[in-house]
Design a protein around this ligand. Structure first.
Ligand code: FES
Length: 105
């Protein structure tokens, strides 16, 4: 599994998602509840950037129709989205946030 540097840990404000591009994959990096998560930035319902939504209780909410996705599993909590969004493994090394987009989990 190869990890790519996504951003600096110190660049991430709590509950403020940051969109990055990793090998052409749009990823929302989210720091919340003492952890850092990486989730594909595109809602599974339509082509909407999840990083523009709100973060609460380890979920990120799609601003367009309100489905929330679990940052740990990518699963939606309710309609209209029915499919999960890919989530990716994260490693922290010093101030570097590293993400592996090769293998979806
Ligand atoms: S586009 Fe995200 S819930 Fe509809």
């Amino acid at each position: 599994m190869s990890f790519l540097r996504a951003c600096s840990l110190s660049d991430l404000a709590e509950d403020e998602p940051k969109r990055v591009d990793l090998n052409g994959v749009p990823v929302a990096i989210v720091r919340t509840e003492g952890e850092v998560f990486a989730i594909n930035d595109i809602c599974s319902h339509a082509n909407v950037s999840l990083s523009e939504g709100e973060v609460e209780d380890c979920m990120i909410e799609c601003w367009l129709h309100g489905s929330s996705f679990d940052l740990r599993s990518g699963k939606p909590s309710g309609l209209p989205a029915t499919k999960p969004v890919p989530v990716y493994p994260v490693k922290i090394e010093g101030d570097d946030v590293l993400v592996s987009v090769n293998q979806e989990s």
